[in-house]
Design a protein around this ligand. Sequence first.
Ligand code: HEC
Length: 310
Amino acid sequence: MDRKASMISRFILIAFLGLSSATLCAQTPWEVPADRNIKLSQTEFADQNRNTGKDLYMTNCKSCHGEPGKNNAIRLVPQPPDPATVQLQQNSDGALQFKISEGRGPMPSFKNILSSADIWNIIAFVRSYNKDYKQQIAVRPTFGGEVFDKVSIQLSQEQGKTSVVAMVTGERGGLKKPLAGLEVKLFVRCYFGNLIVDKPIDTDANGKVNFNVPNNLPGDPTGKVALFAQLSNEELFGLVKTEAVMTIGIPTSKPPLNEPRALWNVVQKTPLWLLFTYIICVLAVWGLIFVVLFKLKTIFELGKAVRVDD
Ligand code: HEC
């Protein structure tokens, strides 16, 4: 039963994906922009990266690409390659990072699903199936001719509630310096995924960005909203991100999804008239079935009686 169900869902997936997107870009080679092709990870792939990458691969990629080296990828057009194959391993680290981030056709884009660090972790795992692979690590990032130990964002709340300030600073040897001209994005955490607030904005000469936050953001019962800001250009410093909880939303008391009153717990929420109508309908159907069975029994018995008379 389980297998059958999974086969059916697989079939639907294949049919849907195959029809929807594959045809146009099926056979053309997958172009990777030159600057992305030469991109390298800033950290060395260690066992810890490979282990995290393995877990992430199993949850996000295995369904299509199969287990590496087992040649059990799902059949799609174009075919998702097994990570252990030359076809996949011949990609540069940057090309893998680009393809996983952007996706194409049935291959989903993961840049809004996985962090940049996690995409590199998956690449670390995938590379463990290539014994000829030697990792090259990116040189320390610089900005405006300076090398920094660390780049970070701080979030603060402007008086008057409608705007949130993000400040980007580079740090070296304990000294902080505002960084201008870096694009920052602000997000709100939601039940499912993240919602971008305002548009991405570049930092000004003081390293600052002012985001306008809509005044109708639903918050928790005290109006608190979980926000996070990150630099758009991950190429420069990797993922630079910060989180903050601010009282900028409208106080809302929504039951958590795991509470009995949540949307899909229908029994408690059903109106009584609906419940009764439903029960009556079910009883009527069963009643009809019993009537039919009873009549059949009567016919059968009548038939038997006739035969005895003979
Ligand atoms: C829904 C199915 C699906 C999922 C899930 C999926 N992929 Fe893919 N992937 C594909 C398909 C199909 C292709 C071939 C796309 C093409 O050539 O246009 C592909 C291509 C790729 C390529 C490029 C291979 C090449 O030939 O250069 C890489 C790398 C890749 N996938 C990695 C991943 C990783 C890592 C994940 C998980 C984070 C993942 N994929 C999840 C279907 C999937």
